[in-house]
Design a binder for this molecule. Structure first.
Ligand SMILES: [Fe+2]
Length: 189
């Protein structure tokens, strides 16, 4: 018989962090070294002894059963490598018919969505905006502001994360800041 999961509520603190979480992930530049376009600049920074934190994830994970939701608060720091804004790694869901909702809590950001044919869609994900990610789209958040971008994601617990394709092939477009403007350009890699 399926285990019954009880309803529960978790409070977010004044910085939008869940007061209780099961896992905290800290992603540094070295974890994304293959994903930024200017790999030469990444290696330069790392060889100087620096390894800045790009984002942190506070996960409220539940058992991976059908119909159960998990959630996470992500804090994506502001910054660029060359002219490419800091981003989250990005992933497809392992289980294909699984969507997700991102709720912008602080800062200014974008959400890149890439389908299986590498076609890109872009959504705004500023504070107070709610983005709906359909199934079968890889998704990546990009901080295009000068302060922390914080968002809450709510996803089916059995969705799973497939980072491999993105690590291998990247997104077909990248988000850059040039001459004070934010632009979506072809990934030169
Ligand atoms: Fe996801």
């Amino acid at each position: 018989m399926r285990r019954k999961i009880k309803p529960f509520c978790i409070e977010l603190n004044e910085n939008w962090m869940p007061r209780r979480y099961n896992k905290k992930l800290q992603i540094k530049l070295s974890d994304l070294r293959k994903l930024f376009c200017r790999r030469d600049l990444v290696e330069e920074i790392l060889s100087s002894g620096e390894d800045p934190v790009i984002y942190e994830v506070y996960q409220i994970s539940q058992s991976p059963s059908e119909g159960v939701f998990s959630a996470a608060t992500t804090v994506l720091y502001p910054g660029k490598i060359g002219d490419e804004y800091y981003f989250t790694k990005g992933h497809f869901h392992l289980k294909e018919p699984r969507g997700e909702v991102y709720i912008g809590l602080a800062g200014r950001g974008l959400l890149l969505l890439q389908d299986r044919n590498r076609k890109i869609d872009k959504l705004s994900l500023n504070k107070g905006e709610v983005a709906f990610i359909p199934p079968n789209y890889a998704h990546r958040a990009v901080n295009i502001g000068d302060e922390k971008m914080v968002f809450l994601s709510i996803y089916p617990s059995d969705a799973g994360h497939d980072y491999e394709i993105i690590e291998r092939e990247g997104f077909s477009k990248i988000v850059v800041g040039r001459k004070g403007k934010v632009a979506l350009v072809d990934n030169p890699k």
